[in-house]
Design a protein around this ligand. Structure first.
Ligand SMILES: [Ca+2]
Length: 306
């Protein structure tokens, strides 16, 4: 009796110790990084006070999977959009898949085009360029991306890891301004992301995305999810991994930014650049949409000829 009690007691103590270690915040971070993370956590709790319960925020950030990677900031500051391999999207095999996608989802895409007044070929082209029609939605844990970028906003941490990087001249005022802008942007996105996870009952660590935190078929950052996300199938939730919601959300984004089907090429290009601020991106999307339109017209004519 005594021994079983004692054994039970030992078991209980070791179990509770185990739980304690597991629940400890920022256990994955280095010791000298923890105070910065704790400061950030307090700020997040304060800023989300009206929107998300403290408990949820703590639970989300005090997970073992939380990871701090300061080099996301390095990537962010040295990123060159123009160097992306956009021509590959014009390869025949990809265009053919996009054409097939249009054909297979003709009903859905036409309904969305009608409702938002955004060309279905443009929606499809964006879907192709962003995630290869949903095949590549990214592998980076979104919460870790924003957490890393936001935490590197602290000058001490930034200097500790990135000051010696030859690609970054930290004494350059433009670089400094970009770094600060990037970090505060990521902080705001982290807040939006936590809010979205809370409202949708998502596990924050299950959402993966691009190296800069864009997720789902349309590659939206959290702010875009809140602003442009559209529940097309009416199940009460915006699911960017479902075709109806994702395609409608792309269309809604463009519509809300001023897209007009009757607009000329330059006008459409200007609006597409609001989706992704890159000239080669917009040019690629427009070119794909034009090729797709030609193919559809050709097919229509053939059918009429028959
Ligand atoms: Ca939905």
């Amino acid at each position: 009796m005594f021994w079983s009690l004692a054994l039970g007691l030992i078991l209980l103590v070791s179990l509770s110790n185990g739980t304690k270690i597991e629940n400890q915040c920022f256990s994955n971070l280095k010791e000298d990084e923890r105070p910065f993370a704790e400061k950030l956590l307090e700020q997040i709790k304060k800023d989300l006070k009206e929107r998300v319960p403290e408990e949820f925020v703590e639970k989300a950030l005090c997970r073992e999977e939380l990871n701090f990677n300061p080099y996301v900031m390095l990537k962010s500051l040295t990123w060159k959009e123009a160097k992306l391999p956009y021509p590959q999207f014009l390869e025949e095999s990809r265009i053919e898949r996009a054409r097939k996608f249009l054909e297979d989802n003709e009903e859905l895409l036409s309904a969305i085009e009608n409702y938002f007044q955004v060309d279905k070929e443009v929606i499809t082209a964006i879907f192709l360029v962003e995630t290869d029609l949903g095949r590549k939605t990214g592998k980076n844990v979104v919460i870790n991306t924003f957490f890393s970028l936001a935490l590197t906003g602290d000058e001490e941490l930034f200097k500790k890891y990135l000051q010696e990087e030859p690609e970054i001249d930290f004494n350059n005022e433009t670089v400094k301004a970009r770094w600060q802008k990037r970090a505060s942007w990521a902080y705001r996105e982290l807040l939006y992301f936590l809010e979205i996870c809370y409202k949708n009952n998502w596990d924050p660590y299950e959402i993966k995305g691009s190296i800069f935190g864009a997720f789902g078929y349309p590659q939206f950052v959290p702010k875009s999810y809140l602003l442009y996300g559209y529940d097309w199938d009416g199940d009460g939730k915006v699911d960017l991994y479902s075709l109806p919601d994702a395609l409608a959300s792309i269309a809604n984004y463009l519509k809300m930014e001023g897209y007009r089907m009757e607009g000329n090429r330059d006008y459409k290009k200007k609006i597409i650049m609001k989706y992704n601020i890159s000239e080669p991106y917009a040019e690629t999307v427009l070119t794909i949409s034009e090729i797709l339109k030609d193919k559809l017209t050709l097919k229509d004519n053939e059918q009429r000829g028959n």
